[in-house]
Design a protein around this ligand. Sequence first.
Ligand SMILES: [Zn+2]
Length: 512
Amino acid sequence: MNRAGRAAVNASDSSRREAFEEDLSSKVKNVLASLLVATIACLAAPPLAAADASHAPSKKSASSSSLSPVDTLVTAAHVLTMDATDRVFSPGAVAIRNGAIVAVGPPSSLSSLYSPKQRISRPHSVVMPGLINTHTHAAMDLLRGIADDLPLMDWLKKFIFPAEARNVSPAFVKAGTLLACAEMVRGGTTTFADMYYYESDVASAVDQCGMRGVLGETWLDFPVPDHKDLAESIAVTRAFLEKWRNHPRIIAAVAPHAPYTNSKESLQAAKALADEFHAPLLIHLSETRDEQRQLAEKYGTTPTSWLESIGFLGPNVLAAHCVWCNADDLRILSERHVGLAHNPESNMKLGDGVAPVVAARRVGIAVGLGTDGAASNNDLDMWESMDFAGKLAKVSSGDPTVLPAKDLVRMATIEGARAMKLDDRIGSLEMGKRADLVAVDLVRAGTQPVWDLYSTLVYVVKESDVSLTMVEGRVLWDGRRVTSLDEAKVIRDAGAWRAKVAASLAAPAAPK
Ligand SMILES: [Zn+2]
């Protein structure tokens, strides 16, 4: 979305808020006034005390006949909206109808307006927007740990590409993606951007799990498992784009791998196809110093300015890494409204370097966070991504003030949504947006006391603190089980694939 688009979204957000305010009767406004006092009192109280207050019955609840029906009312000690003014309700509630957020506010005021079929209470938790992983290769969960501690090119050419060439099939992709989905919903990720092969099978797995995905069929200039040349790449991807068009949670995309692995011809064909379907274009960009050298030798310029020169860049492009982008490259990406997916852990583990994300955000680029595939991270943990992104920026700049905690939570939620041009649907808890949210428990000794919610979320919280993951109002993780999948079977299948991949590579059958 361009700036005008974003302005339109902001305008529609404010009109939604105005509509919500008009919706309140004067009687309810009186209730809100009394609750404001209670909310302020709760803000000053410790989190657990605030949580208890959220369950006090409203003294002025409206009669049940005047209540508007909703599917679910989620209440929590805190609701972090990540909206334009960073509103936090302590305690807070979210009302959900038909997969969309109807209202966000103090629990008692929402209880006086809405009659829910289902109540979800998280009295010791923070409820916040679901995390958005802007770059991964979900099916590569099956290759987690296959080879570590190698430079990118050795890692790819000696291990990943051979393992993929001998094993990647629709069944491999389905099993790997289901494993990744189970991992992600347990950790509070609700949306992810994916680049892989047999992406229609990835989409089937994502659909089965109930997550939201921007799923890109990967093109390379050498044969890949599901297409052998450019004509086949176009045909397979066109069928994929047509099949998943208009799905409520799945956005089919085109994903040329990178400027060093795709020719001008294939990149321009990918762009034309994406433009025809109004689909996103996902690509790796300036990941390594070696890529910079190769492009300089071949085209006499940087990967970014070469992509610009062939007309590839535009608002539908989501570029992963951008580690070696210079100031000129960042200016181009900003002018073209390209989103950036920052993958601090993968960049660190592969020794790629430090992406200039502080400079990128300064020139107006929307920077989301990602994990990259589990083979280069080696997990899909977005809490670690926030933590590492902050610390990497601080240690590399020598400045502890860069990327403060609130900015990191923003990058994992609303800014990630902006990078993917989905901020009109997800990324914050606001009336009219889709009900993608998570609850994070603050009950462990290690999470108490809480002085600043953003600091706790970035520097303290672990994946295992997530006790609720919801997409489109549907609970996918309730703190005990992944509700949409048979997780035990998913894990058994992953073990079977571990054995098959090992046999294909003549690797040890058991872990070292
Ligand atoms: Zn990647």
